[in-house]
Design a binder for this molecule. Structure first.
Ligand code: ATP
Length: 323
């Protein structure tokens, strides 16, 4: 292998730059050139591809977002779009590609690898941590820290005014971020889509908590189906007399920021390992982390299997967040 390409796709996540840096430097160590593709699959289709020199990734390990930019690409869903992408890789004499992204981006990578028999390695990068086959995705630890820092601040005001505060966190259909940040911030109630609660359950639990504690933090995963946060708050107000309810949507603040040391280390390990594996001829695989060691997982499994959250954490939280 002489030339390989790297792209970042889907939602950006802190630590992507640390991973790009590890890829470029590890490839250089093996005398392989790395080409950076800008704007994800859109850039690949538009031939937005240029060489990325080892010195160009200097001073990027601590920067959030992605220096390669990211995008969602409608065109890559079609065979016609993917064919253009393949032709551009061939034109640039590129014979392998490393894709950094979440489950959508990895699905696109798998389809592309199968279709054109192209060497592909995926690296899980998403704050949602919902990618099957890896304990952690790059960006999750930083987002979790951002959420916990935000909830700590919200707790001060919630306690001062004796409010019930609902904090909505990202995660699409997955409750990973909500669960771990809820436990770490001592939330009184954690609501995630994987743990089916009816509105009546929620109100009953809240009543019990509110009997003793007037200030309550509810961590609410965005994938929960209790209607809009306005409607959800109103239902609580209607059911618990004299309740003082507020909500806060943390939003895109969760995506940005300086990557945490653990995300930088994870990014460095996975980036380095992706080069080791692609030069061994491994393809259509994702590099993940299990028990702190890098592992290879078939992209087939990554995209067809669902990662389960550890519901025992909810049990623990239920017991230790009340008295
Ligand atoms: P995040 O979880 O952070 O949102 P993601 O990688 O899951 O990241 P998506 O928006 O789901 O983000 O996917 C990113 C891009 O991957 C899509 O815009 C599309 O270009 C490509 N992609 C996703 N699914 C497919 C598919 N089935 N076929 C081809 N390409 C796909």
């Amino acid at each position: 292998m002489k030339n390989l390409a790297v792209l970042t796709s889907g939602g950006d996540s802190p630590g992507m730059n640390a991973c790009i840096r590890a890829i470029v430097r590890s490839a250089n160590h093996k005398n392989i050139n790395t080409f950076g593709i800008q704007y994800g699959y859109n850039g690949l289709i538009k031939n937005n591809i240029k060489i990325l020199l080892p010195e160009e990734v200097s001073n990027t390990i601590h920067i959030g977002g992605t220096i390669l930019k990211s995008a969602r690409s409608e065109e890559f869903f079609s065979k016609k779009g993917r064919k253009k992408a393949y032709q551009n890789l061939k034109m640039n004499n590129i014979d392998g590609m490393i894709v950094l992204g979440g489950d959508g981006s990895l699905t696109g990578a798998k389809i592309f690898g199968d279709e054109f028999k192209f060497n592909i390695i995926g690296i899980p990068c998403t704050i949602d941590n919902d990618v099957y086959g890896t304990d952690y995705s790059i960006g999750f630890a930083t987002a979790r820290e951002t959420i916990v820092n935000s909830i700590d601040k919200i707790r001060d005001t919630a306690a001062s005014h004796e409010r019930i505060f609902i904090v909505e966190v990202m995660g699409r259909e997955s409750g990973y971020l909500a669960l771990e940040s809820g436990v770490a911030s001592g939330a009184e109630l954690i609501l995630i889509p994987e743990n089916k609660n009816s509105m009546t359950d929620v109100i009953n639990k809240l009543k019990k908590i509110n009997n003793k504690k007037k200030s309550v933090i509810i961590v609410y995963a965005e994938g929960c189906k209790f209607g809009s946060l306005n409607e959800f708050s109103q239902k609580i107000k209607d059911s618990i007399s004299n309740s003082n309810v507020r909500f806060s949507i943390l939003g895109h603040i969760q995506r940005g920021g300086i990557p945490s040391p653990s995300d930088r280390i994870l990014a460095s390990i996975l980036g380095y390992e992706s080069i080791n594996q692609i030069i061994k001829g491994k393809t259509n695989k994702m590099i993940g982390i299990k028990n702190q060691k890098p592992i290879l997982i078939n992209l087939d499994d990554v995209i067809s299997k669902k990662k389960n959250v550890d519901l025992s954490l909810i049990e623990i939280s239920n017991i230790i967040s009340k008295y």
